[in-house]
Design a protein around this ligand. Structure first.
Ligand code: ATP
Length: 275
């Protein structure tokens, strides 16, 4: 089944992921609309990160399909086909197709500078020009200059220009979280998947994060899919929420609908969800 609403950017259809005897995702289906902020929530162990890992090509789904509709008139890209391409890593191909991600535990290059972290992300796009670059050095240099300019624009947006030459590992935690998002944005994605972006942030930093997420959607025309345990943030910024519990979708709707859904209330009782 491929046909879907033209406003859909990503369609997860019957996704199942098993790890031996554990069924982390059990026949999960949902759509993510273009230019939306969509949250994937659920108690610990519900299967959220596993969904992200399948969407972003970290491993192939046991069964089911995930389609990316880059253009309303274009044929969808099946994530499974990207993973099957020979000689290239799955996650790399998915990133090139327009899906970027951040991680629950920050995964910056700690021993590289802030600017270098952003440039490395752009090499994902530049490296296909590497051979041409070696033949036409000037062209390659121009691309590098553009890359630095783009990275500096992001640092300006985040008010982090003065940190450009600091080692990423030396940045305060809140800055590291923002840098991870900027790094993902430097791959020029259509969809950005944020895995618990508010984890460990104080209220002021969480407020800045919500502004940044709005900026991604409203000024950079990026679709945001986020996993988050901070229910205050989720209810405030999300256009749409999908709730997982024990590997299945138990609710899919607006924040208002989801909040009063009895199955969702029951799933969260006794869990550590932040209010
Ligand atoms: P949390 O909110 O705590 O991060 P989650 O909703 O993201 O949880 P997942 O990390 O997707 O949940 O895990 C779902 C289930 O799958 C859990 O039982 C987990 O132990 C299991 N699981 C996840 N990844 C693997 C793996 N690589 N190998 C074996 N089991 C796994």
């Amino acid at each position: 089944m491929i046909a879907t609403d033209p406003s859909t950017l990503l369609s997860v259809q019957g996704l199942t992921q098993r790890f031996g005897g554990i069924i982390a995702n059990n026949n999960i289906s949902f759509d993510v609309k273009r230019h939306s902020i969509t949250a994937l929530i659920g108690p610990n162990g519900a299967g959220k990160t596993t969904v992200f890992n399948c969407i972003t090509g970290f491993y192939p789904a046991t069964s089911g399909n995930i389609f990316l509709f880059l253009d309303k008139n274009n044929k969808p890209i099946a994530i499974s086909e990207l993973l099957n391409r020979p000689f290239t890593g799955g996650a790399h191909q998915v990133a090139r197709a327009g899906i970027a991600r951040t991680f629950q535990n920050i995964r910056l290059f700690q021993d590289m500078t802030v600017l270098e972290n952003l440039l490395i992300a752009q090499h994902l796009r530049l490296d296909k020009n590497l051979f041409r670059g070696m033949l036409a050095h000037q062209h390659f240099e121009k691309k590098e200059e553009e890359g630095i300019e783009y990275a500096m624009e992001w640092l300006k947006t985040l008010r982090m220009e003065s940190h450009a030459n600091r080692l990423a590992g030396e940045l305060p935690y809140g800055y590291q979280r923002q840098l991870e998002i900027a790094r993902a944005m430097c791959t020029h994605p259509k969809l950005i998947c944020l895995d618990e972006p508010a984890a460990g942030l104080n209220p002021a930093e969480t407020e800045q994060l919500s502004e940044l997420i709005y900026l991604l959607r409203d000024q950079h025309c990026v679709t945001v899919l986020l996993i988050e345990h901070d229910m205050g943030l989720v209810m405030e910024i999300s256009d749409h929420i999908i709730v997982l519990d024990h590997g299945v979708v138990i609710a899919d709707g607006s924040p208002q609908d989801v909040q009063k859904n009895p199955q969702v209330i029951a799933a969260y009782l006794g869990t550590e969800a932040t209010t």
